[in-house]
Design a protein around this ligand. Structure first.
Ligand code: UPG
Length: 476
């Protein structure tokens, strides 16, 4: 806005707009904290109901400014994907625009220099364009999933999917440097045909808007499609790949989950009694089960089946089950398993995964949970449910080989999964190596360098104007 030249970092405001869900707000907050440590002012914008939940946890120990905007939905109305989409397209843009004007030049010399928009909240890119503020995209998951979304036009052109996103051929989807996916695993194929069509439209709109972005910050690490050490593209090949690609320039700055300077801003109260319960269990004995925060209930029959399988196995388990899933438990179940297992509505997940008693993690393969499993070096039993989780699962099982996929929740299925993990003596080694490769000292330095490269490029654009799109030899 106005003349962007010669702005001091301490006067430069970066506005961050996450998609309003836990798995998006948490990494965005960590990114806000990283900008703060580079000398910028960070402002995190979320709808009122999320703002009220996270603000007491954030502002106590951080200088990140959290600002609420209304989403226009009734306080108790269900906030499903489509209700949120409507709010994001119709209500939130006007409020963000006012906020940008309010913050810009509010204090002496302050200027909004960038809006970082979660690509699932791509409406914020339009707001940035209207306000004349540069915008950067934020991709909260694997780069591989973003590449899958950007391959949509090619998939339509080659007849793999229809122009409304439905698979036209049975079998697999194979993209360069990606594991094979089933055509049913595409991220928009969720729910009824009408819902699939609407989600596909959502992704096409996201893609259209992201085409104008100069930069994309990705909450992942370089060389995703690599086992440990094999098939590593060297640095120069990667730089070439990135600079040959059209906009946006990709900066892998993750995984942000490892930034522990800022506590997870849980939307719900964490039940810490599970930690004392874990203290009483044998090392590596407990199965931890959680399906994240943003997955629709998998259905009562599946919950019941898993409940009975766990009971029959007789192994200790800790299960995060929200109220809308509890209905699937058989009558009297909680009393029956009270010595064997513990069920909580929300856990302090990172502390749970760090606990020595936890030996296995049965997960939906949400990206943050996947990274936390790698951070704590716990093997995964994968049960992907929706969206990017199938892509993540393919990497966990086929590329990194740090987990196995469960085909169902029968006793045999779970037993088989546990057996495969136990019999794979090398799995813990692979976990350790992947942990080092993605979160070790070298990886941390590279992530910091990549964020600095983005900042340098962004500042260059601020001082030279929008037309610049320089090529840099930064470390991917
Ligand atoms: O009892 C719990 C359960 C979860 N978590 C935390 O909640 C986050 C969950 O994130 P994630 O694993 O990414 O799952 P979702 O919240 O379901 O995330 C949505 O967003 C992710 C990022 O785009 C996608 O990868 C997922 O598929 C999508 O469901 C993690 O940080 C967990 O530590 C807790 O703190 N306590």
């Amino acid at each position: 806005m106005g003349n962007m030249k010669c702005i001091k970092r301490s006067n430069s405001i970066i506005i961050l707009v996450p998609y309003p869900a836990q798995g998006h707000v948490t990494p965005m907050l960590k990114l806000a904290s990283a900008f703060l440590s580079h000398g910028f002012k960070s402002v995190l914008v979320t709808p009122d109901h999320i703002h009220n939940q996270i603000v007491p946890k954030v502002e106590q120990n951080d200088k990140i400014l959290c600002m609420p905007i209304p989403d226009g939905l009734d306080k108790d109305a269900p906030r499903d994907f489509f209700a949120i989409e409507k709010a994001m397209e119709n209500t939130m843009p006007g409020h963000l625009e006012s906020l940008v004007h309010q913050l810009d030049h509010h204090q002496d010399g302050d200027q909004v220099v960038c809006i970082v928009a979660d690509l699932l909240a791509s409406w914020a890119i339009d707001v940035a364009n209207r306000c004349g503020v540069p915008s950067a995209g934020f991709w909260p998951a694997m780069l591989a999933t973003y590449r899958l979304i950007t391959a949509i036009p090619d998939m339509v052109r080659t007849g793999l999917i229809s122009d409304t996103g439905f698979p036209k051929q049975l079998g697999g989807v194979c993209l360069p440097n990606q594991p094979m996916l089933s055509s049913e695993d595409l991220p928009w194929l969720i729910g009824t045909p009408a819902s699939r069509k609407a989600r596909f439209k959502f992704w096409k709109r996201t893609l259209d808007r992201s085409k104008t972005l100069p930069w994309l910050l990705v909450n992942s690490f370089p060389n995703e499609y690599c086992t440990n050490g094999e098939q590593q593209l060297d640095h120069h090949q990667l730089v070439k790949m990135n600079t040959q690609a059209q906009q946006p320039l990709v900066f892998p700055i993750g995984p942000l989950s490892k930034h522990t300077t800022i506590k997870n801003p849980s939307f719900w109260e964490e039940d810490t009694s599970c930690l004392t319960w874990l203290d009483k269990q044998n090392p590596n004995s407990v199965i931890y089960i959680s399906f994240g925060s943003w997955v629709s209930p998998i259905g009562e029959a599946k919950v019941r089946s898993l409940a009975l399988a766990l009971e029959a196995l007789g192994k200790p388990f800790l299960w995060v089950l929200g109220s809308s899933w509890l209905g699937g438990l058989p009558n009297g179940y909680l009393e029956r398993v009270s010595r064997q297992g513990k069920v909580v509505s929300w856990a302090p997940q990172l502390e749970v995964l760090q606990h020595k008693a936890v030996g296995f993690y049965l997960a939906h393969c949400g990206w943050n949970s996947t990274m936390e499993a790698i951070q704590c070096q716990k093997p995964l039993l994968c049960y992907p449910v929706a969206g990017d989780q199938f892509v993540n699962c393919a990497y966990i099982v086929k590329v990194w080989r740090i987990g196995v996929k469960l085909i169902g929740f029968g006793q045999k299925d779970v037993e088989e999964g546990l057996k495969k993990v136990a019999e794979d003596a090398e799995m813990s080694n692979r976990l350790r190596k992947l942990n080092e490769r993605t979160m070790g000292d070298e990886a941390n330095l590279r992530a910091v360098a990549n964020l600095s490269a983005f900042i340098d490029d962004q500042l260059k654009i601020l001082t030279l104007g929008f037309s610049s799109n320089g090529v840099h030899d930064y470390d991917l």
